[in-house]
Design a protein around this ligand. Sequence first.
Ligand SMILES: C[S@@+](CC[C@H](N)C(=O)[O-])C[C@H]1O[C@@H](n2cnc3c(N)ncnc32)[C@H](O)[C@@H]1O
Length: 224
Amino acid sequence: MKNKYKYFFKRLLYYLYGEKFFKRLNYDWSKQPSRTEIIQNIINLKKYSKYLEVGCDKNENFSKIMIEYKVGVDPLKGGTVRKTSDEFFKSNNEKFDLIFLDGLHTYEQTLKDIDNAIQIIEDEGIILVHDCLPKKIWNQIVPRIYGHWNGDVWKAIVHSRTYDYVDTYTCTADHGIGVIFKRKNKDLLRLDNLDFKNYKFADYYTFHEKYMNPISYNKLFEIL
Ligand SMILES: C[S@@+](CC[C@H](N)C(=O)[O-])C[C@H]1O[C@@H](n2cnc3c(N)ncnc32)[C@H](O)[C@@H]1O
């Protein structure tokens, strides 16, 4: 209840002083497979054996993933390693087939996690990033001022779309799942403005296809 009032007050301030763009994207996540189904189906299809999850919380996803070997990193709860992602990547020397990034949902941290994950993903592996498709402006404001919080993870996906050494998409399921393959970018995003942190929700909405490279669940399984 306390949080509700705190968020309401912060939203009021944002409404007065922040970006004013209130159009919404109408994704319906209830009609799409969950992150757990997607991860498990990729593991089964590709016969992967090594899974890393960054940000595990209550192990809602982590505990359900069936695979030979799995590591879960979280500084607070869940998983198998009690560290921040930065601490983990600094000391880790293992490689993984599938890495699911779902830790701190800010552009800066997600980009660091993506860059670090690229270093330790197997050549035929896949990096997935949760919460890439906020439906409305409130979902993506940092710090959090609304119930469902995607954070500005979407900006890290736009940034990753400008890398020529990885191929980045966003699967339109479960709040948006970034999909990063370790191969040459098939549709390199060229942008003049590289100040991704200051990109606006209006840009994300207007240039949605170009920035996020969205693909359906079925399409994802065609390109795997
Ligand atoms: C959205 S929850 C993860 C949910 C989980 N992956 C799932 O699918 O159910 C985010 C988690 O990230 C953790 N976290 C926050 N900062 C982190 C960091 N710097 N490195 C790793 N995990 C972090 C939080 O403790 C929290 O448990």
